[in-house]
Design a protein around this ligand. Sequence first.
Ligand code: AMP
Ligand code: TRP
Length: 331
Amino acid sequence: MKRILSGIKPTGTLTLGNYLGAIKQFVKLQKKMSDCEFYLFVADLHAITVRQVPSELRKRTLDIAAMYIACGLDKDRTVLYIQSEIPQNVELGYILQSNVYMGELERMTQFKDKVSKQEKSITASLFTYPALMAADIILYDADYVPVGDDQKQHLELSRTIANRFNNSYGDFFIVPDPIIPEVGARIMDLQNPDRKMSKSDENDKGYISLFDDEAAIKRKIKSAVTDSIGIVKYDPINQKGLANLLTIYASIADRNIEDIVTQYAGQNYKQFKEDLGNEIVKVLSPIQENYGQLIKSQELQDILDRGRETASNYAFKKMRKCKRKIGLGRK
Ligand code: AMP
Ligand code: TRP
């Protein structure tokens, strides 16, 4: 049986970018691929590569788990767990640090971006992050990893690391394939369409949080940057902001961009934006309602306990074999 695995970091709030690029994709795959196993985790160890407030980190970790289920994940078919609750993730992460080169890590654009923004206090773990990410994936022998566009490079490095290990020690890890959505893999900032929509953005007008209420969603879409051309068409070079809104529309409503363009032919942006705001509200309201129920429930705790148990069992056996292969320990 093929295994599909993904993770999400509990930093900042969850955005519409996370939903369209990753969560929705995961839920869709689950509906389509009835013969696959689904592993999904909250990557709290990745979050502490930058300083976090402990109480907020814990809250967000649970929030994300609840949000995933609220977004339509099938709880009976998903092994949902918290990364730090399975120590083998770290153990393999360390081993994989010994199978990746400084030069490879230095080339990671996400690292370079963060360094250029942060200047000081760059942690060592921010640098070695891709080794832990590779461990998250290959420890569970995942075949496919659905992620947004920004994780493509990390995924490629995970493949390199898995291949390197297999070449040195004999075939042992499955080399994972990424799954990147055709539409929605890169949702851009509403105020600055040159930048990806990000939950750590200081300007909250630039992103829609999955927790935003109806008024906030409508307001943010209304004030999203467009252009003075005034014609609804898909032109990501000259009409970047609008192209992003069209992408969001197509992705959230499961429609073709061309279809939407045809519908708004001859109209200005006002109606288009109003309708888009409504589409987003229509999707997010029931999700928020589900979330409200789940976050207080014992059910969420039970799901996470079950997830930890299943993932742990797999991780424990795989790690025992892995250490034997490398020559660690006595036998
Ligand atoms: P992160 O929030 O960095 O943990 O990302 C979690 C998942 O959401 C990853 O698969 C990302 O690729 C995806 N993602 C994050 N931001 C965006 C965005 N603006 N557009 C599309 N996908 C995104
Ligand atoms: N690095 C990913 C991000 O920032 C989150 C993540 C950690 C992940 N480990 C993973 C995603 C393993 C997929 C598979 O978005």
